[in-house]
Design a protein around this ligand. Structure first.
Ligand SMILES: [Mg+2]
Length: 185
């Protein structure tokens, strides 16, 4: 079994900024304490984590690439301060109109994260908080976990065209479930 987990960012690792909203300043990036714990737990169990996130706010002109990088490095430091490690962070900075191949639910970012390696996506996980994430996970062929700590709420699920394989409260809940599954396999 691959010990690789792909993570969405907003609503999974940090507080969901709200529909149509973006995190454009570090002051507005709030790492979820339970997510820090989860990443530390998964790191200790030997999982590699890669962040796969749409940040169209960059091409929308709401923040610069450099400002996004600043947020990223502070996020990584925050995670490390709790004993966790994120292996790679991959962003799509485009808008839908750009017709790129990386904006989720497309899959180019997953391939970027896998670069040079023969990853068995079918035994990797993608944990996200939106229907778009579940579509991306299905498109790449990962196991999908929806967390209810961000965009989607339980009542939204019935409208999802692509259902998650499992629904968990937050990243910590998801991490504990993954570790249970792993123990049994
Ligand atoms: Mg999200």
């Amino acid at each position: 079994m691959e010990k690789i987990i792909f993570l969405d960012r907003d609503g999974v690792i940090n507080e969901f900024p709200g529909r149509g909203e973006y995190v454009t300043r570090w002051e507005d990036f709030h790492l979820l304490p339970s997510a820090k714990k989860a990443i530390a737990l998964l790191t200790a169990s030997g999982f590699e984590m890669n962040v796969i996130s749409n940040q169209g706010c960059v091409s929308g002109g709401l923040l610069t690439l450099q400002e996004l990088e600043t947020i990223t490095s502070k996020m990584l430091k925050g995670v490390e301060s709790a004993g966790g490690r994120i292996h790679g962070v991959f962003y799509c900075i485009h808008k839908t109109a750009d017709r790129c191949k990386c904006k989720k639910p497309q899959t180019a970012l997953f391939h970027q994260a896998a670069r040079g390696r023969d990853i068995d996506f079918s035994s990797a996980y993608f944990i996200g908080d939106s229907e778009e994430d579940m579509q991306a996970g299905e498109n790449i062929g990962c196991r999908t976990v929806l967390v209810l700590s961000g965009r989607a709420q339980e009542e939204d699920l019935s409208r999802f065209l692509v259902k998650p394989q499992i629904v968990k409260k937050d990243l910590l809940d998801a991490a504990q479930w993954i570790l249970e599954v792993k123990k049994k396999s």
